[in-house]
Design a protein around this ligand. Structure first.
Ligand code: HEM
Length: 160
């Protein structure tokens, strides 16, 4: 029963996390890119990112705790580096990448960059350029997160 609960928590948190990311990537970012005023763009994106980042930190912690709890309950430490469970290894690597991004890079780089642009030290051209890169970054993050979710399903149920 505990394992099933962990499994449910793991999957529901992944849904919230990737759903939020997809919402930002496919709806919010394109909407912001079309806004005519560069400063308004930055302020709106800054507000959304400042709200989403703390939630994403909680999602990453819950996914990690539930994932590693299942990992040890299934005794997977014995097979993790044997090449038999590459899909599990991939899921863990993506999670490590995300956790480093959210707890380290996001507060240090993205938050500072947005604060600097919002304080009008960035000009319109720089802001356009930053948003183009943000778009590519979010698409890449969404793609690897979906790949991790697919790996999880393959690990849990097999592929063939
Ligand atoms: C980006 C991070 C992650 C994503 C998107 C993700 C996603 C998923 C998904 C979608 C499943 C399949 C559930 C199912 O089909 O029933 C799964 C299963 C699983 N995940 Fe993750 N996961 C992530 C991180 C982790 C981490 C860090 C661990 C820690 C070792 C982990 C351990 C597991 C285990 C052991 C299962 C299989 C449970 C079973 O066989 O019943 N996951 N994950």
């Amino acid at each position: 029963m505990i394992f099933s609960l962990l499994h449910i928590i793991h999957v529901l948190t992944v849904i919230l996390w990737i759903g939020g990311l997809a919402f930002i990537t496919f709806l919010i970012l394109p909407m912001i890119v079309k806004m005519p005023n560069p400063l308004e763009k930055v302020l709106l994106f800054q507000r959304i990112e400042h709200r989403f980042a703390p939630a994403a930190r909680i999602y990453s912690a819950v996914v990690g705790i539930s994932g590693f709890a299942m990992f040890f309950m299934m005794d997977l430490q014995r097979v993790i580096f044997t090449g038999e469970s590459l899909s599990l290894l991939f899921m863990i690597i993506v999670w490590i990448f995300w956790t480093v991004m959210l707890f380290g890079l996001e507060p240090l780089i993205i938050k500072r960059l947005l604060d600097r642009l919002a304080s009008q030290k960035g000009d319109g051209l720089e802001i356009e350029d930053v948003f183009k890169r943000m778009n590519v970054l979010h698409l890449a993050l969404l793609f690897i997160s979906l790949a991790a979710a697919a790996s999880g399903a393959i690990f849990a149920h097999g592929f063939f």
